[in-house]
Design a protein around this ligand. Sequence first.
Ligand code: NAD
Length: 356
Amino acid sequence: MKIAVLPGDGIGTEIVAEAVKVLNVLGLKFEMEQALVGGAAYEAHGHPLPESTLKLAQQADAVLFGAVGDWKYDKLDRPLRPEQAILGLRKHMGLFANFRPAICYEELVGASSLKPELIAGLDILIIRELTGDIYFGQPRGRRVATDGHFPGAEEAFDTMRYSRPEIERIAHVAFQAARKRSKKVTSVDKANVLETFQFWKDVVTEVHAQYPDVELQHMYVDNAAMQLVKAPKAFDVVVTGNMFGDILSDEASMLTGSIGMLPSASLNTNNQGLYEPSHGSAPDIAGKGVANPLATILSAAMMLRFSLNQPEAAERIEVAVKKVLAQGLRTPDIYSAGTTKVGTREMGEAVLKALG
Ligand code: NAD
């Protein structure tokens, strides 16, 4: 089992170090190799995703990724900015399926901005298509309008598009994931307005015929955004396109209280995956030793389950995380009165201890 470890920038190095310690005590044999990515790679090699880092990632069974970015790179040309490394990895590794579970731990119910009764026991899974849609569609650019409301005016445009195979494969991923959960999929679209999403809805419905044991519901994205804060527990698996998924998965993540708790996985057709916390490099707290490492540790658990076929080890980690929360240990982002405030390293060590 080969793991490429790409800590990246800011708190990325601090939180990945804790996840690596956890992986090392599981009694499993991994080959782990570390490389630079993002701003750190730009400083050393003049590019956020050097050829050597990409090769390491492509040859590994899984990539454990921290986070990239810092405000100091905001003035660089777009292709050299740290965030381009993630887009490059997604593209070159074909990572089309993004899994973002939003789980509300019992001990953290008070950290959510929603009423406890709405989110206690919340466990939903957002599956976002990651390599298509308006984010990648061509043509795109700026030009002088020849029609529309203001012919002759400067305008910008993007292209929303999805092909049948792109929709089919993400729909299969969602139905198969639902089979391992409560067998319910909500497909989110905007079929009432967009041709692309009428096609999305039609294709998802066709694929559903192969999964008669799974319930399928269609929902417009505006309604889904509303229902997620009104009655989030009514959802189980949510599948949607790249742009709607980008927005809804962030909304869902905040239901649980802190972005510092949320893992994610991005998979290709071979189950090779990139595993990372849902948050960024948090330059505001980098180097202070206070970042929450749990999202990264839980991402490592997802990696064991999805790409490395080690479900027992994944569960051991998840149980250990629940244990440290039950012990009352909290990094500052999830701290509340009556609990014990700890730093990144102490939290990592507590998970190690809880693993037994
Ligand atoms: P961010 O997620 O880095 O931080 C948002 C807020 O959440 C900050 O207040 C931060 O301190 C807090 N936070 C984030 N992770 C935390 C953790 N583990 N523990 C405790 N608190 C945590 O988002 P941002 O500030 O908008 O972006 C900072 C940089 O990260 C930017 O350069 C952005 O482009 C980049 N970014 C990278 C990724 C990625 O690598 N996948 C994702 C999002 C943003």
